[in-house]
Design a protein around this ligand. Sequence first.
Ligand SMILES: [Mn+2]
Length: 230
Amino acid sequence: MKKTEEEIKKLEVASKIADDCFEYICKNIKVGMTEIEVAQMIDSFMIENGAEGLSFETIVGSGINSAQIHSTPTDKIIESGDVVLLDFGCKYQGYCSDISRTIFMEKMTDEHKNIYDIVLEAQLVATEKISESMLACEADNLARDVIKNKGYDFAHALGHGVGTEVHESPVISPKNDKDVLENKMVFTIEPGIYLENKFGVRIEDTVVLENGKVRSLNKVTKDIIIIKGE
Ligand SMILES: [Mn+2]
């Protein structure tokens, strides 16, 4: 589960390609495109910018499709007012990246903002407080408690190890009271809230434990992004 310095460097490059891809998508996504078109833009950008392949099939969920934890891109047209959940990653010299961001097309409602703020707080609290020697379930609870205290929950683990496989040990889940987090482990922190038939928000970084604390390999903004119309 622990990575060497050389492995961490490759994971950093893979994460940087994903970060740059997110910025590119924010500049180029438009109302009227389909989810599949956006997924193709993501995939092409990463391949053209040094990736040798994808970590997994890119997720682009818009509108009610964002409420599914793992949606497959469809020919649904992205509309003004849609929430768009993006989850993607690439492989660089065999090592995977994995990032999720959620953006808003042209406008956002108070409910969108409320949910986004809760998920972001959970992500930031976990990033700040996860430390060496913690049990995986304790790490999960840091984020889950923030979300539960606001009256919500999420039906997946907070995170998973990342390396040559996009899903490795340790699983950062409420049930994992076996694995202890150690320096040089690389894993994701990805809380979410999914409101059935409405929308979902997930914010995910891939991080490394170093000197007892979390350092994020993804550096691209987690601030609210509202994509401007024409
Ligand atoms: Mn993930």
